[in-house]
Write a protein that binds this ligand. Structure first.
Ligand SMILES: N[C@@H](CCC(=O)N[C@@H](CS)C(=O)NCC(=O)O)C(=O)O
Length: 233
């Protein structure tokens, strides 16, 4: 694969995707420059599919052609290079507790969240696979666990922000957004404060910057707060 002209990693991303949000947060926190290519999921660019045929975002393509196509791996790649906020922990690695929380989020919680958000969708076509309240209750039980963790420690896996907070936040944000009035009425004050802390942060604002959809041949735009073109017109 041809390297990007400025030899920057290329991030294929989709603004609202929670996996892509966590990857952008880690890349921004690490200060890693990269070119951002906003993808329309219904019309994926051939360059994305050539780099990663499975066709999910985020995908990071390094200048030497190495492809990282799992959000967690992108986060770890960026933070291993530079981790000014210590999200990986003192030894530059994630604890098993952090990894277990992320696995729970990406596994059962994500499935329940999808059933809650899209109650009429079915994995096998046609019939609904679960009623809205049960999916909400199941996902809510996980959020309750997060509430207890935050009440006890301040952050999800101890007193300091870790990869778990960054990786889970976009998914909890989606959960909160399905029925905001209901969410606001739940006994989850620590989760709400934690979420508001993230969504109100300049880092999150940068990660949620709007980019036009990318097409081959366009001027490269960097992942950064003000997103000026990398190569001026
Ligand atoms: N395990 C992957 C999951 C990524 C994923 O499923 N992304 C969704 C968007 S949120 C996607 O690209 N779906 C493909 C599609 O909708 O066509 C990761 O962690 O990066």
């Amino acid at each position: 694969m041809a390297p990007s002209p400025l030899a920057l990693p290329v991030l294929y991303s989709f603004r609202r995707c929670p996996y892509a949000i966590r990857a952008r947060l880690a890349l921004l926190a690490s200060g890693q420059a990269c070119e951002l290519r906003e993808v329309v999921l219904k019309n994926k660019p051939p360059a994305l599919l050539a780099a990663s045929p499975k066709g999910t975002v985020p995908v990071l393509v390094l200048p030497d052609g190495i492809v990282i196509d799992q959000s967690l791996d992108i986060m770890r790649w960026a933070l291993r290079r530079h981790d000014p906020m210590g999200w990986l922990g003192p030894e530059g690695t994630c604890s098993s507790e952090v990894l277990a929380l992320i696995a729970q989020c990406d596994g059962d919680f994500k499935q329940q969240l999808d059933r809650y958000k899209y109650p009429h969708r079915s994995a096998a076509g046609g019939a609904a696979i679960g009623s809205l309240p049960s999916a909400r209750d199941q996902a809510g039980a996980f959020v309750m666990q997060l509430e207890q963790r935050l009440a006890a420690h301040g952050c999800l896996a101890g007193p300091r922000t870790s990869l778990a907070d960054v990786a889970l936040m976009p998914f909890v944000r989606q959960f909160a957004g399905v029925e905001p009035v209901w969410f606001a009425a739940q006994p989850w004050s620590h989760v709400r404060a934690w979420l508001e802390g993230w969504t109100g942060s300049p880092l999150f604002a940068s990660a949620m910057h709007r980019y036009p959809a990318w097409a081959a041949g366009q001027i490269a735009v960097p992942l950064c707060p003000n997103a000026m073109p990398l190569v001026p017109n």
